[in-house]
Design a protein around this ligand. Sequence first.
Ligand code: GTP
Ligand code: MG
Length: 295
Amino acid sequence: MACSRFEYVKVFERHERLLPGCWAVIRLDGRSFTTFSKTHGFRKPNDARALLLCNAAAEAVLEAFDDHIAFAYGESDEFSFVLKRQSTLFSRRESKILSTVVSLFSSAYVFHWPRFIPDVPLAVPPSFDGRIVLYPTTKHLRDYLAWRQADTHVNNLFNTAFWALVKKGGKSHQEAEWILKGTTSKDKNELLFSQYGINYNNEEPMFRKGSFILKNPEFHQSKGRPLKRKHEDNQTVAMEGTGGGEELSGRDDRKQNFVTLHVDIIGDKFWDDNPHLLAPSDLAPPRIPKAAAGR
Ligand code: GTP
Ligand code: MG
């Protein structure tokens, strides 16, 4: 196509590229979901439908960038997508990666809404903010993921205790806040058990641990063809080697490209059991996209 005399304006464009060889975490977070969740009557302290909807939106992102995103971790209204260190997605152009992931997640959230929350029409369009943070070492990435899961634990334990005091104990919001002020995790566990007979460890793993989504190893071993199924549909399937005796949510996931786990990702066990998730890119020299070199 012939260049117009106006084309020179392209020189003003900036293409920030993610440093080669670093892990890049794309984190999305629902904008004003405190209000959004009230508007749509999300259940308290946790609404499984809303969390499963976020997981479905995350799967749409993983599906679209299958070779580039190693895995994703989400809880509440946020999701973190871990871009492989070697990925050359969009020549590692930051704004292109971030804007595409945020918009795909948002549209998938709206697209799948009727499937997960069929009785509540969407009253306002949801939106998500996004950022990309680079982590130069695998230890930094592990610590990032541990930070998010520790946050899940702290928030969820607080919310579980808060709503037990309000719903079961008849306390006002302010009274519940006063009671919980300055309490440790042990205190909250004790309060839940002694006053309401709730063993926090028996609460839904998805609420306590968040959702970790990765490629289904069995699906890929069978080169995309589902393995012969032993289990019936809708049966919860235990996954070997994922540690902690936790369970996969949903249907027989061997039919699917991705699996969702609710497991501890702070300790070493999960990562020792699944070494492929963080390797071998740690050892291989980073591939620098041609487009980036020499520019
Ligand atoms: P910004 O992200 O700064 O725009 O604020 P925000 O209002 O989205 O708050 P933040 O991201 O810090 O926290 C997420 C909020 O979403 C929580 O405080 C809850 O109010 C709401 N939320 C997320 N998941 C659930 C859920 O399962 N049930 C209910 N009831 N609320 C939820
Ligand atoms: Mg938010």
